[in-house]
Design a protein around this ligand. Structure first.
Ligand code: AP5
Length: 295
């Protein structure tokens, strides 16, 4: 998880937010002009009724010291446009697994709606209490709650950083809401994995509450000892909740995919993690190079 609202106590179970990376020499200045539409409400709330006291400041991010992209693309695409990605896919398709490497390579802040919602549930905030029932049942959380989180988190993206939305939009109304907020991604990464594989991934998944690392009892077991002893299973990682999550995914994915067809990077997520990562980056680099050339 990379989103930890500071309004919550800093539990030992969650990693602390990484500091924002320093500006890279030679990086073009970026602005939020393209991230936010000029017509947006001056309020930090997406909709009245669910104030941002619930969503809070969602700091953290995907900075870090790993090697970053340099030559073919850069953070700024030109014209003040901010670099931004969306990663989508069915439950357990590997979105979270791939986000760390993407964040580091492209200097984009990882914003996971699932992680943010779980932090709200853990902190027993009003938003978290509303979301919990939907999440445990595998159902979608109402759009306004999710969009409040996204709006707050994306507003906090540093000027020299881009964004990586993980798990949003899941529906067409959410896609339109993002567009209304001026969120126009440079790439929409879609991981394809057959349903039967997802069931095995979900039921075997274990999370390390300290690092947020996602393990699998069979394919990626947690190291024996302290880590193996503390990993836990998510409350929505049951077969029945997964069935509902899959139904919701299949109901919506085609329309959302169509919405972002011009920036689509579709990858077979049923391959080794490193292969998936390489294919994502190759697809994104190609799109960015094309886009940069067009500027
Ligand atoms: P969220 O947390 O986003 O859940 P999800 O979409 O179901 O995705 P997961 O986190 O389960 O999986 P993942 O794709 O990140 O896979 P991972 O990398 O962990 O959302 C939870 C809930 O919040 C939703 O159900 C909903 O209620 C609510 N919500 C969130 N966003 C919302 C929105 N926009 N609107 C409304 N409601 C919203 O990998 C899974 C497992 O597979 C791991 O064990 C991993 O080690 C393994 N694995 C990963 N890659 C590979 C590989 N290549 N090969 C083998 N194993 C792999």
């Amino acid at each position: 998880p990379t989103l930890i609202p500071p309004c919550l106590p800093t539990p030992t179970a969650w990693p602390s937010a990484s500091p924002a990376p320093a500006s890279r020499p030679g990086a073009c200045p970026t602005s939020r002009r393209r991230l936010w539409s000029t017509t947006r409400s001056p309020s930090r709330e997406y909709n009245p009724g669910e104030g941002l006291h619930g969503a809070g400041h969602l700091g953290g991010g995907g900075g870090g010291s790993a090697r970053r992209i340099s030559d073919t693309t850069s953070l700024a695409l030109g014209g003040g446009e901010k670099l931004g990605f969306i990663i989508a896919g069915a439950p357990a398709s590997g979105k979270g697994t791939q986000c760390k490497a993407i964040s580091e390579r492209y200097n984009v802040k990882h914003i996971s709606t699932g992680d943010a919602l779980r932090a709200q549930v853990k902190g027993k905030t009003a938003l978290g209490m509303k979301a919990k029932g939907f999440m445990d049942a595998g159902d979608l959380v109402p759009d306004e709650l999710v969009m409040n989180i996204v709006k707050a988190a994306t507003e906090d993206v540093a000027d020299d950083q881009g964004y990586l939305l993980d798990g949003v939009p899941r529906t067409m109304p959410q896609a339109h809401m993002l567009k209304d907020l001026g969120i126009d991604p440079s790439a929409f990464i879609l991981l394809n994995v057959p349903d039967e594989i997802l069931v095995e991934r979900i039921t075997g998944r274990r999370i390390d509450p300290v690092t947020g690392e996602s393990y699998h009892v069979k394919f990626f077991p947690p190291p024996a000892g302290e880590i193996a002893a503390r990993v836990y299973q998510r409350s929505d990682d049951t077969e029945s909740a997964l069935r509902t999550r899959l139904v919701k995914f299949h109901e919506n994915v085609a329309a959302v995919k169509g919405f972002y067809s011009d920036v689509m990077v579709e990858v077979n997520g049923n391959q080794q993690k490193a292969v998936v990562q390489a294919e994502i980056m190759a697809g994104v680099d190609k799109l960015l190079a094309k886009k940069k050339h067009a500027h």
